[in-house]
Write a new protein. Structure first.
Length: 140
């Protein structure tokens, strides 16, 4: 993943797929609202990771899904105390379809949560984050 500053508080992220997405800050924090905030992107990636697993599992179980959305909520530490990590995150799956087997949906969500979703597993593992830097001096 490469992330490039695009001016202001906007940053473009591009991974191995080559598909870019822009993250920005809220206007009150100096951003222009050009994309989700990094925290919103974090929450969205958790939901999308799980959702892709669930859809894949339900297809294998021959379940017909006509509508599917997820709600991600969480609680962060108090404002003014930084870095304000999440205390918890909750992913609610809202799945619709004709004759959906509730047990199949429950099992798909469980398998994603416990076995397949790398984003959820990473949150639980709390991996060490290593920061380093390089400075390149330019000539005028």
């Amino acid at each position: 993943m490469n992330v490039t500053w695009k001016g202001g508080m906007a940053f473009e992220a591009k991974g191995d797929t080559g598909n870019p997405f822009v993250m920005d800050a809220y206007p009150e924090s100096g951003g222009d609202g050009l994309g989700p905030t990094p925290v919103e992107a974090l929450m969205g990636s958790l939901a999308a990771c799980s959702a892709m697993d669930v859809i894949s599992i339900l297809r294998k179980k021959q379940q017909t899904v006509t509508s599917y959305r997820l709600e991600v909520t969480g609680e962060r530490t108090e404002e003014g105390v930084y870095p304000r990590p999440f205390k918890w995150l909750k992913v609610t799956h809202i799945v619709e379809g004709p004759d959906l087997d509730e047990a199949a949906v429950a099992r798909a969500v469980q398998l994603s949560d416990e076995k397949y979703c790398a984003v959820a597993a990473t949150h639980r593992a709390a991996p060490e984050v290593i920061s380093e830097y390089r400075v390149t001096r330019t000539t005028a």
